[in-house]
Design a binder for this molecule. Structure first.
Ligand SMILES: Cc1cc2nc3c(=O)[nH]c(=O)nc-3n(C[C@H](O)[C@H](O)[C@H](O)COP(=O)(O)OP(=O)(O)OC[C@H]3O[C@@H](n4cnc5c(N)ncnc54)[C@H](O)[C@@H]3O)c2cc1C
Length: 183
């Protein structure tokens, strides 16, 4: 059974941002890291928009806005967002860019397999996929488990749903350089 210092169960946004930071730090230079995901991360499964003042991911941005509009039927206000830029990146571009960076690191292994179980066993952890098992010192888990979340009483639970829509109109109605809030 192969042993790793760290195993990431699920390699979405949280895991990839974390690993990207880890490999830049000298402490992790000799640490073996396994990334496990059921998905190949080769589809544009979502897009992200965020306020940014540090030019983060500017190289892969799909769109960026410096101005926004907030409006309803009887009210409209346009405003500049400086010092922030509202930036949009596509999931697919993010996954491709981060995997390209990470593939150059010999201590990282990516395996596309569904994780079926993981456990803490005293001084090590055990992770089982559909086909094999691995041990590690630590697990970073991103696999959503709603039962566990609902069972805890320490924090209030807030459900947030994201649904992505692409809207196409027959005649132009959007202002491409101005992001529309709560449209
Ligand atoms: C359409 C859409 C639009 C969004 N827009 C925004 C936005 O504009 N701004 C913003 O801040 N947030 C946005 N979000 C929310 C944001 O994407 C999530 O908060 C974020 O992806 C959560 O990161 P995560 O790493 O925890 O989970 P995910 O990114 O969902 O990663 C979880 C990973 O675990 C893998 N996985 C699941 N089960 C298993 C298993 N059994 N075995 C192996 N792998 C498994 C999945 O394949 C996935 O790769 C959006 C979400 C969606 C769906």
């Amino acid at each position: 059974m192969q042993h790793y210092h760290y195993i990431f169960t699920g390699t979405g946004l949280a895991a990839l941002l974390t690993v990207r930071e880890m490999v830049q730090h000298p402490f992790y230079r000799d640490k073996k890291i396994l990334l496990l995901d059921a998905d190949a991360k080769k589809t544009n499964d979502r897009t992200w928009c965020f306020w940014d003042e540090k030019k983060q991911f500017e190289n892969i941005q799909h769109k960026a806005w410096e101005a926004a509009v907030f409006a309803d039927a009887g009210f409209e206000r346009r405003f500049a967002m400086a010092p922030y830029t509202y930036r949009m990146i596509r999931g697919l571009d993010f996954y491709a860019a981060v995997f390209e960076e990470l593939h150059q690191n010999p201590n990282l292994t990516f395996i596309q397999e569904k994780v079926v179980d993981f456990q803490e066993l005293g001084n090590h952890c055990l992770v089982k996929t559909e086909n094999q098992s691995f041990t590690s010192n630590y697990i970073f888990n991103s696999i959503f488990n709603p039962e566990r979340l609902m069972a805890q009483k320490k924090f209030p639970l807030v459900h947030q749903h994201f649904v992505g829509w692409f809207v196409q109109t027959e005649t132009p109605v959007f202002t491409p350089d101005c992001a529309t809030f709560m449209d």
